[in-house]
Design a protein around this ligand. Structure first.
Ligand code: FMN
Length: 331
């Protein structure tokens, strides 16, 4: 089926180094991080547990939204879900449009079998809600996989740079709020790697959204991914680097919506990146692309990557002079 073939081509494109921003950086490198030569804490006792959307996580880490649809996507999702279960983390699923349109694709999103208790977040695109989707489809996306919440992704640049993309967005702000008001589970707004800007957050502020994932620039560029899929190479490299870098997006979001729950993602590659993102006010971080290769291999490989990442975060807090993760946020 075309939509499944497209998903597989997305995975292949994401594995290529050209899927990453080439010039724009997340800006996290220049976020100051303290160094304390005399820490008054014990590394292995550093508390990372965090309550997010009413659920307790053992570390403030979500597996980013990636895939679903094809059989290979099902293997990836089960490997990721198993790693999330073993480590007490949350997981975001990839876009469930394919599942709503082809019910047999459900199997590839069915991770509750291996991870009955994890915080699980479903996913649909904002553009779909301009093309006939409504509260019914949103409910199906969540109910059919027994998810706890739904993330709606905003991806205008990605849509604009693909053949036949969905580019009629006039009225989208009103539509998203209208749909979200009918839902009785948490709705999260996310970008896909070009960042949520301040004007967007202001426009959404009176909506019933539970959290915002800034998905900023500096990691995976979905504009680059779409061009790789369409042409085998990147045709408009300057457009592909547009967006709000992750560190800037977090600072703006903190200022624009001081009380909002923020997810930091887009180019989070190490535990120190995560620590810095938390210091800018994020509640949790999400990691996508670095987990793709390990997840194609095995749940053990995905778990090993995440264990190392979490240990790096712990070390960053320890030598930063923090006693637990709560002390870091909002600094
Ligand atoms: N974001 C979505 O909202 N829905 C998707 O279906 C989706 N699919 C993705 C598939 C892959 C293989 C990757 C790498 C990312 C995907 N994303 C999707 C975007 C990520 O959730 C994330 O916002 C973006 O990749 C930036 O994070 P990163 O730099 O850690 O990869």
């Amino acid at each position: 089926r075309p939509i499944e073939t497209r998903k597989l081509r997305h995975l292949e494109a994401c594995l290529r180094p050209e899927s990453q921003y080439q010039k724009v950086k997340t800006g996290l490198d220049s976020v100051p991080w303290p160094y304390r030569a005399l820490p008054e804490s014990n590394l292995e006792e550093m508390r990372l547990d965090t309550v997010f959307l009413g659920r307790r996580l053992k570390a403030p880490v979500l597996i980013g939204a990636m895939t679903g649809g094809a059989e290979k996507a099902g293997v990836i999702n089960r490997n990721l879900a198993t790693a999330a279960r073993n480590l007490g983390l949350g997981m975001m699923l990839g876009s469930q449009r394919v599942m709503l349109e082809h019910p047999d694709a459900w199997e590839s999103f069915n991770v509750r079998e291996v991870a009955p208790e994890i915080l699980l977040i479903g996913n649909l695109g904002a553009a779909q809600f301009m093309l006939g989707y409504g509260a019914e489809q949103a409910r199906r996306a969540v109910d059919e996989v027994m998810a706890d919440a739904l993330a709606i992704h905003l991806n205008p640049l990605q849509e604009a740079l693909q053949r036949g993309g969905d580019t009629r967005w006039q009225g989208v702000t009103y539509r998203l709020k209208q749909v979200a008001r009918e839902l009785d589970f948490p709705v999260i707004i996310k970008e896909v790697g070009h960042g949520l800007d301040a004007a967007t957050l202001r426009a959404l502020a009176d909506g019933p959204f539970a959290a915002y994932d800034v998905a900023g620039a500096g990691g995976t560029s979905w504009a680059r991914v779409e061009q790789l899929v369409a042409h085998g190479q990147v045709h408009s490299p300057d457009l592909c680097e547009l967006g709000v870098p992750t560190a800037q997006a977090l600072r703006q979001a903190r200022k624009t919506l001081p009380g909002a729950q923020l997810i930091a993602s887009g180019g989070i590659r190490s535990g120190l990146d995560a620590a810095r993102a938390l210091s800018l006010g994020a509640e949790v971080v999400a990691v996508a692309r670095p987990l793709l290769e390990p997840a194609l291999d095995s749940s053990e490989a995905a778990e090993a990557w995440l264990r190392n990442f979490i240990q790096e975060l712990r070390v960053a807090l320890f030598v930063g002079g923090y006693r637990d993760v709560r002390e870091v946020r909002g600094g």
